[in-house]
Ligand binder design. Sequence first.
Ligand code: CA
Length: 250
Amino acid sequence: MDGSNSRTTATAGSVKTILVVEDEKDIQELICYYLKMEGFRIEQASTGDEALRSVREEKPDLVVLDLMLPGIGGLEVLKQIRFSMNLKTLPVIIASARTEESDIIMGLELGADDYLPKPFSPKVLTAKVKALLRRVDGSLDSHSPDGTDKQTITTAGGLVMDPVRYTCRLNGQEILFTATEFALLYLMAGESGRVFTRNQLISSVKGSDYPVTERSIDVQIASLRRKLGSAGESVRTVWGIGYKYQEQDP
Ligand code: CA
């Protein structure tokens, strides 16, 4: 046997390429090692310039992006990706130390899909990468062609939300939400696992029935959790950052 019997990823289709942007050699090697073990193809970059060149030339399927980089920083790289016609939907996970919480929030608001707190465990790294690739593959089929996304959501946990009739059922039982609660839950349940900052939640419900502040988001979340009963656990607090909907641990 030679070395060619590497495992392939659990993700359907061809082998996915991950671009790992990290200036610290040890961390770079570690991330690449674990992702290779999962069968991913790896591209590497250690500066912001290299990262931007690589996303254009190598066309990776996902980017793990360190924020503290020499030269062009990670947030600027992310901004350029999101402002580029060809790259704006490229899945990006930002990697940052917990002490840089404001950078994480900024990254999520600039459109990062998820974040990886450093120091990270290899399990969390690979779980996040796989979950994001699944989410992206899934949303390709489920999004309506006109981009309105006004589609019924059905989750594995038995939650069914119809945004046209404004109805929500949990295992067949109707739950009555206010327009704001419905909008918040619809947004989060539609992208299970994605972390939303309070600001992102605020802008998603602006113009509905409630004056929206960071504090009022917390109040709305508490209320919709109550209405969901034991399923309310799926609406998770992400400390210091915001909220996400996730029915079970990754
Ligand atoms: Ca760094």
